[in-house]
Unconditional design. Structure first.
Length: 163
C-alpha cells in the first residue's frame, strides 16, 4: 500500500522534527532572558544619564565608568540576541528542509546536518557572549558602592544653595 508508506515517512519526519522544536523553544527562552537583561541595562543607563549632571567628584567618575560598562553590556547583549535569532532561524530552516526531504526523492541528510551544526555553533557563540555580559555585570556591581541606590542625596550637588 503506497499510501501507508508515504504516511509512515511523514510520521517519521514529524518525529525527527520534534527535537529541533525543543531546541527552538530553548533558544526562545534564551532570547527572552537576553531581552530582559537588555531592558534593565537600558533603564539603568537612562537613570545614570538623567542624573549625570547632579553628580560631582568621585561619584561623577564612578557614574561615567558605569555608563561605559553599561554600553559594553548593551552591545554584547545585542550581538547575543542577533546570534540567537540566527540560530533559531537555522533551526526553522532545518525543520523545513527535513519536511521537504520527505516530499522529494532527494537525500537531504547532509543539508540537515549542516544546518544543525551551524545552528548549534551560532547558539554556542550567543551563549558565550551571554556569559561575557554576565561577567561584566558582576564586575560592575562589585565596583560601584551602591549601583541602584535610590537616595542619591550624597551624590548630588548642593543645588538648593545656588537658588
Amino acid at each position: 500500500m503506497p499510501g501507508e508508506a508515504h504516511f509512515l515517512d511523514i510520521a517519521r519526519v514529524i518525529q525527527l522534527a520534534v527535537a529541533p522544536v525543543f531546541l527552538l523553544t530553548a533558544i526562545g527562552t534564551i532570547i527572552n532572558v537576553l531581552i530582559q537583561r537588555l531592558g534593565r541595562s537600558i533603564d539603568r543607563r537612562r537613570v545614570l544619564e538623567e542624573n549625570l549632571s547632579e553628580y560631582e567628584g568621585v561619584w561623577l567618575d564612578e557614574a561615567k565608568v558605569e555608563l561605559g560598562q553599561l554600553n559594553r553590556r548593551i552591545v554584547i547583549i545585542l550581538w547575543a540576541v542577533s546570534l540567537a535569532v540566527i540560530a533559531a532561524t537555522l533551526v526553522c530552516l532545518l525543520v523545513g528542509v527535513a519536511f521537504a526531504g520527505a516530499f522529494v526523492s532527494a537525500n537531504l541528510a547532509r543539508p540537515v546536518a549542516i544546518l544543525f551544526i551551524l545552528a548549534v555553533s551560532v547558539l554556542t557563540a550567543a551563549l558565550l557572549l551571554f556569559l561575557r555580559e554576565v561577567s561584566i555585570s558582576v564586575v560592575s556591581a562589585h565596583q560601584t558602592e551602591r549601583p541602584y541606590e535610590t537616595g542619591r542625596v550624597a551624590r548630588k550637588k548642593n543645588t538648593a544653595a545656588k537658588k
